[in-house]
Design a protein around this ligand. Structure first.
Ligand code: ZN
Length: 330
């Protein structure tokens, strides 16, 4: 690659009226950068939707000045350079906007390195089957913790409800006030479609739970519209962590599928990160002793959330449901 592509007109600029010192090349302002949303990341290449329009895909590299700044699916970036999107052209990402939410995971619960999976998703849809395979609260609990800690609103989507009664599993989460949707194999997921419309939503779920079936039902030709995933990077047959797929119509939202995410290590999350997601509990938890895990007796005998229940300000079942989720952090 020629070094010329690393310099453009915005790199050197004279500030009008305030002295004549040209701006240093080291502090490019890129005022003319074009906004875009990252839709796929694969081996050092970022597929972006120019102006958030899925019909204007551009492939980009990360500008040198950004160093190793993580840039993930859902990130809002500023692009300069060749924005034509023509084959074999590369734009440059020169800026990453502050994130409204961050879905993070670690490889396991002892891993010190947190990895950003998805940025700026408003909701995390946890997809799990009520049968074939049997549902597990452990996986769902971990997803909920990651959602609460990252600022995403969790949604539980129970699939294959024509095979088994979803209510026993749904009951685990009822008191957390999470939307719980039910889908059947013989019906279109209309309720889910309604919840996704106009929003950016990440979908997580183990293989076999019917997540791919849902994605295909929601977005019959999404892959053609975004360009095939395997064509973005330098190699074929790569597994990407996440891919953003556009819902139909202008401003109708994005579904971010996460085929590369099979577990949520939570080494980066503290119990307080979860409690802080609940407006009615965050304030009360300030009375907890330092390092409180909020699990109640015997592990946390002085947890202030128990006092909240005793005062009649918190439903016991709500606290129990929350504590079942917090156990995932132990
Ligand atoms: Zn506590």
């Amino acid at each position: 690659m020629s070094r010329r592509t690393d310099v453009d007109e915005s790199d050197v600029r004279v500030r009008p009226g305030r002295g004549t010192r040209p701006r240093s090349k080291r502090r490019p302002q890129h005022a003319d950068a074009t906004e875009a949303m990252v839709t796929v990341v694969d081996r050092g290449r970022w597929r972006c939707a120019l102006g958030g329009d899925p019909g204007r895909p551009v492939t980009a590299m990360r500008a040198r000045e950004l160093g190793r700044t993580p840039i993930v699916v859902g990130d809002r970036v500023g692009l300069v350079g060749d924005l034509s999107g023509a084959p074999d052209t590369l734009a440059r990402i020169v800026r990453v906007a502050d994130r409204s939410t961050s879905l993070l995971r670690t490889v396991d619960d002892t891993d010190a390195t947190e990895r950003l999976v998805v940025a700026n998703a408003e909701q995390l849809v946890v997809v799990t089957a009520v049968a074939d395979p049997e549902p597990r609260t452990g996986f769902v609990d971990r997803c909920l913790v990651a959602a609460y800690a990252g600022g995403l609103a969790p949604v539980l989507c129970l699939t294959k409800t024509d095979l088994a009664d979803p209510e026993p599993f749904a009951a685990h989460y009822r008191d957390l006030d999470i939307p719980v949707l039910r889908t059947r194999r013989d019906q279109a997921p209309d309720e889910l479609a309604g919840l996704l419309a106009g929003r950016v939503s990440a979908l997580v779920g183990h293989s076999g739970v019917g997540k791919s079936t849902l994605v295909n039902a929601l977005l019959p030709d999404a892959e053609q519209r975004t360009g095939t995933v395997s064509g973005v990077g330098k190699g074929r047959h790569t597994t990407v962590a996440a891919v953003a797929l556009p819902l139909d119509g202008p401003d109708s939202g994005w579904v971010i599928d996460t085929p590369g995410v099979r577990s949520f290590g939570l080494a980066h999350v503290s119990p307080d990160d979860v409690i802080d997601a609940f407006d009615d509990l965050a304030e009360a938890s300030k009375d907890c002793p330092r390092g409180c895990g909020h699990l109640g007796p015997p592990a946390d005998p002085e947890c202030a959330l128990d006092a909240l229940v005793a005062a009649g300000e918190l439903r016991p079942r709500r606290l129990e449901a929350l504590r079942r989720v917090l156990v995932a952090l132990r």
